[in-house]
Ligand binder design. Structure first.
Ligand code: NAG
Ligand code: NAG
Ligand code: NAG
Ligand code: NAG
Ligand code: NAG
Length: 294
């Protein structure tokens, strides 16, 4: 009887060890976010916006499937803010509480089976316009992509830009209210302002790129395309999807899309364009083939 029990215990602890061996690859990552006011010039006008660490869009979080991420958010701004970890399935302690100015709070984000691209942002619309970034979830260490591995991946964050200051008065932002749209923070060359910068992505002929697209534009469905190129959609909102093909991508506000695109055209420069589905101004970026590649 006793030895049978011991046997079972041995067997169980063997299983446990095997589990630890198989699943011990999950890592823990720690990020420090400093919410602060920073000065930016776009559309020929300089203003202060709330940012994480002075960057627009904010820093990228990168982890693998099943990892745990700690994000210590220090509020050095003048408004209470709370953060949303869009698409994370496990509930996150404290995510309904405001972080008061001059205090900090550490979120513990436990990933389960999310894969691909998610994003984080401030909860209120006015702050979320400038306080946001991507949350990239790579396959686990012992896992492959379920498609040919891309040469590299690149995050494309679509944002909106307002000439006016945004404050707590702007808790909701109506579609069409933005003065410009941005690709990774760049308004491009269509707004008639010499100081505006344009997003550039270098590509090698015949290489395949995984674009991780986040629509962080407040309350706007965005259309994205690259002239003469098409996309294979492989994921959405932190999950793989059935593959589909598209010349133009439609992304609802707050949604993410993972797409493959092959640099298979003649060497040259091609426009990437983003525009709100309701019409209105087009924002440009440039896909630039490197001429030295094979
Ligand atoms: C934010 O800035 C702080 C202080 O400069 C730095 O220690 C931290 O690593 C930065 N965080 C990220 C995510 O870049
Ligand atoms: C605030 O930040 C300090 C130093 O980075 C850290 O030790 C502490 O745990 C943080 N407090 C909270 C509530 O996250
Ligand atoms: C934000 O609020 C200010 C003050 O009430 C207002 O003047 C401005 O038009 C609002 N901006 C947007 C984009 O709604
Ligand atoms: C989006 O726009 C609609 C219509 O104007 C409005 O009712 C809603 O509150 C807005 N949402 C946000 C997050 O601003
Ligand atoms: C725009 O750029 C010009 C030339 O580089 C510079 O002199 C000017 O101060 C800039 N304007 C703003 C608003 O930053």
């Amino acid at each position: 009887m006793g030895s049978q029990k011991q046997g079972i215990i041995l067997w169980l602890s063997g299983l446990l060890l095997l589990n630890i061996f198989l699943f011990s690859r999950a890592d823990v990552h720690s990020y420090e976010f400093f919410l602060q006011e920073s000065e930016f010039t776009k559309l020929c006008r300089t203003k202060n916006i709330l940012t994480v660490n002075g960057s627009f869009p904010g820093p990228e979080i990168r982890a693998r499937r099943g990892d745990t991420v700690f994000v210590n958010v220090h509020n050095q701004g003048s408004h209470a803010v709370s953060m949303e970890w869009e698409g994370v399935k496990e509930s996150i302690a404290g995510s309904d509480d405001l972080i008061q100015p001059r205090t900090n709070f550490t979120y513990e984000i436990k990933l389960s089976d999310e894969i691909g691209t998610l994003w984080w942002h401030a909860k209120s619309a006015w702050a979320s316009a400038t306080v946001h970034g991507s949350f990239v979830i790579l396959p686990a260490a012992n896992e492959d992509y379920p498609f040919p591995a891309p040469t590299s991946d690149q995050t494309i964050i679509l944002g909106s830009w307002f000439r006016q200051e945004l404050t707590e008065a702007n808790e909701t932002i109506a579609p069409g209210a933005a003065d410009a749209y941005t690709i990774n923070g760049h308004p491009g060359d269509t707004y008639g302002c010499r100081n505006d910068t344009i997003y550039h992505q270098q590509v090698d002929y015949q290489s395949v790129y995984l674009l991780r697209i986040v629509n962080a534009a407040v309350n706007e469905t965005m259309m994205l395309s690259i002239s003469y190129h098409s996309f294979t959609i492989i994921g959405q909102n932190g999950a793989y999807t059935r593959r589909s093909f598209a010349n133009s991508l439609r992304i609802a506000p707050g949604q993410t899309l993972d797409v493959l695109f092959c640099a298979n055209q003649n060497l040259g420069h091609y426009y990437m364009t983003a525009r709100p589905s309701s019409g209105g101004r087009v924002t440009t970026g440039i896909i630039q083939y490197t001429t030295t590649g094979s």
